[in-house]
Write a new protein. Structure first.
Length: 309
């Protein structure tokens, strides 16, 4: 009886105690403590890992980033994968010999010389001829810094993407400046806008070779396009008026302007002597023809005065 009772009384508490202990751990332990306990580390697993370090306090601070030992293992596996893919490179010793540098470059995908890099341009673009010097200098700098081909590709792509962005921005700004200049001149010149613009264009057409291109594509000291400068267009008109006093009447006329004006005067006079109702005096074109005749006579007198002077 005593043995049975003893066996019965001894077995029950062991079973009950085991369940109670497991229940207490599940109800009171945190997620990290539970994970560590499950793996057999206990609550002091961070201290155990840092125990063999030369700077345990520093290691403990780093270990506090992890909630459980299994997270450290996951991190280690991630690093192994990166190493196998070549994403992690051992640093080159600052005092490495030429042979060591060559071996390191070969191992890490760096060419032997700057000429070993390929210039891969973004889709739809070619290397501008004027960029040859820049790219050669960049390749040398990249090689000195031990860039891989992938790093060179990324840098070139980034550079030309920024160039494209700036070109779009500059073009938009220049078009806006040109439109603002045109609006200003239209407002100031009003009905004379077309005549004045034609006079300026006529002067540019007679300018020395290349001057027109420099005017239309050049820039002032403040980087404003010359063609977007109201003062530049006014100056051209002023010069043309001085050169050609009759320019407002016959803008852009080449050769002998006096003969051009005389020929048009003769043509209008023919409409003055027709039988019946001469169109110069009557009809839908009469007023316009008369005004034109007066302008031509005035221009003719200006030319004669200039020659006489």
């Amino acid at each position: 009886m005593s043995t049975g009772a003893g066996g019965s009384s001894g077995g029950a508490p062991a079973s009950t105690g085991g369940v109670a202990s497991t229940g207490a751990a599940a109800s009171t332990g945190s997620a990290s403590t539970g994970a560590a306990a499950f793996m057999g580390w206990g609550d002091g697993w961070r201290s155990e890992i840092a125990k063999g370090s030369t700077d345990p306090e520093k290691e403990l601070k780093q270990l506090e980033r992890y909630e459980s030992p299994d997270q450290i293992w996951k991190k280690a596996r991630e690093l192994e994968v990166k190493m196998s893919k070549g994403e992690l490179r051992a640093p080159l010793h600052k005092d490495a010999t030429a042979q060591e540098i060559a071996a390191w470059r070969k191992e890490n995908g760096v060419p032997d010389a700057p000429e070993g890099y390929k210039v891969t341009m973004p889709v739809g673009r070619q290397v501008p001829k004027e960029d040859d010097g820049f790219l050669k200098a960049f390749m040398k700098s990249a090689h000195d810094s031990n860039y891989t081909q992938a790093q060179v590709d990324a840098a070139i792509s980034s550079f030309y993407s920024e160039v494209d962005r700036q070109e779009v921005s500059i073009t938009a700004a220049e078009k806006k400046a040109e439109q603002e200049t045109e609006d200003l001149l239209r407002k100031e010149w009003q009905s004379d806008y077309r005549t004045n613009k034609a006079m300026a264009e006529a002067l540019l057409a007679r300018a020395p070779a290349g001057f027109r291109d420099r005017f239309m594509n050049g820039y002032l000291a403040d980087h404003t396009p010359i063609k977007a400068s109201p003062e530049a267009w006014k100056w051209l008109v002023q010069i043309e008026r001085e050169i050609n006093p009759a320019a407002t009447v016959v803008p852009g006329a080449g050769g002998d302007l006096g003969k051009t004006i005389e020929a048009e005067i003769i043509e209008i006079k023919k409409h003055m002597v027709k039988h019946g109702q001469p169109p110069y005096y009557k009809g839908p074109e009469a007023e316009k023809m008369q005004a034109r005749y007066r302008d031509l006579i005035a221009a003719q007198e200006k030319l004669k005065a200039k020659v006489g002077g």
